[in-house]
Design a binder for this molecule. Structure first.
Ligand SMILES: *Cc1c(COP(=O)(O)O)cnc(C)c1O
Length: 358
């Protein structure tokens, strides 16, 4: 299965950006992976092509009715070795998202092979500084130009690559301020909360902007029915340390099943911590805080890996967790996770996928 993917070379390569000031998602590499679906032929024409704008019908269904899903993962470079972290999980999840939006599933192995070849072509774009990486964005959207409301008969899948800086601008584990959203909700059970679909983000932006205006970094969402139980943060899952136990909301259909979440649960168990996946009410957290039992809070996601939460605001109450410092368990898990990624700790679960030189 190491057939060479078709490769359309560009005449001149782009100038690479200054690696000391990359930010996130601002620069794109020379090439992207492209794959097209048509109801008659299925998925076809997998190829590496120049990164460039393309034409699309003004009636493309993805623009009107939101058939659009995406993924996010990273490639890291350590001592000339390029590594992807659990990419198989991302392709499994993209298929779950596609199925929910009545979009055609893809062959996960074909995509993984295409991605490895693309990343191999672009290895010189991967920044090697502390915390830097090549952010990988696979996405699929409906392209059929017809306004009837039904599943599109054609789709495009692209994978684009963006060299990105350290999430905290070089500082590891900087604490964030979180606003518990009590008006809007992100998702409801039976909806699309568990799928990584574009529309979930569209629905979240207003609350995010409002929280930013009040001086908070991100929103913590409550459940869509009672607005009582904790779900997740903007683009991260959420964990609490209560009485030395690690607690996180159970996946319930409206929470996005993060791959970092899943990995952190496994690592925490490896390290001997008890992990509870269950319903967690916002009242429980404030009560635990008052008793001195809520000692750490952190978010998990591909972008930051682990993001300690220093401040939580709910209605008119604001609490400061662990003096705004990353806690002991948070730090231990971060070191374990990043140690496995960079190869300094044993990869006992087989999570590192080394990109070969083709
Ligand atoms: C992508 C995402 C996450 C984090 O998932 P990872 O696989 O850990 O990166 C969490 N919540 C939402 C809403 C997301 O879109």
């Amino acid at each position: 299965m190491t057939e060479q993917v078709k490769f359309e070379k560009r005449d001149t390569l782009k100038e690479k950006p200054d690696n000391s000031n990359l930010g996130f998602g601002q620069y794109f590499t020379d090439y992207m992976l492209s794959y097209d679906y048509d109801a008659d032929k299925g998925w076809q024409d997998l190829k590496i092509v120049p990164y460039a704008p393309f034409e699309i019908s003004p009636a493309a269904q993805g623009l009107h009715y939101g058939q659009a899903v995406f993924e996010g993962l990273k490639a890291y470079k350590y001592n000339d070795e390029v590594v992807l972290f659990r990419p198989d999980e991302n392709f499994k999840r993209i298929n779950n998202s596609l199925a929910r939006l009545e979009m055609p599933e893809v062959d996960e192995d074909v995509l993984l092979e295409g991605l490895k070849q693309l990343v191999d072509v672009e290895r010189d774009w991967i920044p090697e500084g502390e915390g830097q990486s090549l952010y990988i964005r696979p996405f699929v959207f409906a392209t059929e130009g017809i306004l009837g409301v039904r599943a599109s008969h054609s789709y495009k899948l692209l994978i684009i690559l963006s060299p990105s800086g350290a999430y905290y601008g070089g500082d590891t584990l900087k604490s964030t301020k979180i606003y518990v959203e009590d008006e809007y909700v992100r998702a409801v059970r039976g909806g699309v909360g568990f799928a990584k679909v574009a529309g979930n983000y569209a629905a979240s932006l207003l609350a995010q902007t409002n929280a930013n205006k009040l001086g908070y970094d991100q929103v913590l969402w409550l459940d869509g029915v009672e607005q009582k139980y904790v779900e997740e943060v903007g683009s991260m899952n959420i964990f609490f340390v209560e009485n030395g136990k690690i607690v996180t909301p159970a996946l319930n259909g409206s929470i996005l099943p993060g791959i970092t979440r899943k990995s952190i649960i496994e690592l925490a168990q490896d390290l001997g911590y008890e992990v509870e996946e269950r319903r967690v009410s916002i009242d429980e957290l404030f009560e635990a805080y008052d008793k001195g039992e809520l000692t750490e809070v952190f978010g998990t996601g591909t972008a930051a890996v682990i993001s300690p939460v220093g401040t939580l605001r709910y209605e008119d109450r604001e609490i400061v967790i662990n003096n705004n410092e990353p806690g002991e368990i948070t730090t231990k898990l971060y070191n374990e996770y990043t140690g496995i990624q960079n190869g300094s700790l044993e990869d006992r679960h087989g999570w590192r996928f080394v990109v070969p030189r083709y």
